[in-house]
Write a protein that binds this ligand. Sequence first.
Ligand SMILES: [Zn+2]
Ligand SMILES: [Zn+2]
Length: 301
Amino acid sequence: MKLTILGCYAATPRTITNPTSQVLEIKNRMFLIDCGEGTQVQLRKNKIKFSKINHIFISHLHGDHFFGLIGTISTFALLGRTTDLHIYGPKGVKEIITLQLRLSNSWTTYDLFFHELESTESEVIFEDNRVIVKTIPLKHRVYTNGFLFQEKPGERKLNVEAVQKYDIHTAYYQKIKNGGNVTLDDGTIIENEKLSFDPIPPMSYAFCSDTVYHEAIIPIIENVDVLYHESTFLQSEEALALKTLHSTAIEAATIALKANAKQLVLGHYSTRYDGIERFKAEAETVFPNVLSGNDGVSFEW
Ligand SMILES: [Zn+2]
Ligand SMILES: [Zn+2]
């Protein structure tokens, strides 16, 4: 699983920072999460192929999370894209995008599918044979969802020594990988555990931005491997966080701790601060495994 942060600062783009956007690679799938202004430039800078992006998830309709969407959609068309593109986002995202495409008479060269969200309960919004994506309803000034990406458990691994020892025909290998037992010609049943190893445990990633401190998300993200949680403010601005429905670094860390996350990644920093070191330092007073998200930074797990 690889996370590339294209932008992780709040509010306005600056020469030195970008608004929210990130790319998650999981089980050879690539998902674009949020699409702040400048996302397509950041994709180019980080050498991420446009053609690999088929699914874009938009958390909410504040500009710092989706003002790059129309530009990205348009560029894909100018480059002659023909592959379908799926957009998952709050109800209204279809109206906004199609209005711009219609008035500029710039319809896409590919099919654009909108999956509009309005539920306040967590729901499955994407599923294939490798990955499942669920919403994480957040509490912010407008309707907002985080997204939980979960790998599906893979096949069991064949114990080559064991299958040779029992002289098992290759025709049974797939059955063993699927967890099945094997009956030998003399009627002996060989338990699957003797013929295979456990699969690599599936990984999970939760993206939670923007939100006030919101314990209702804990049951949804419980035991997640990696939690990206917004930390717009430091503790000195705790009251402002509450007022604007954002979180502090300590609140992000508290959610990580209570949800038993393995790793916390911070981001959505307010641009009022010089540097981001203090976010990590404050979060680490509550939760040990903290990474500072930053533009152009990749993490692999
Ligand atoms: Zn924001
Ligand atoms: Zn917002």
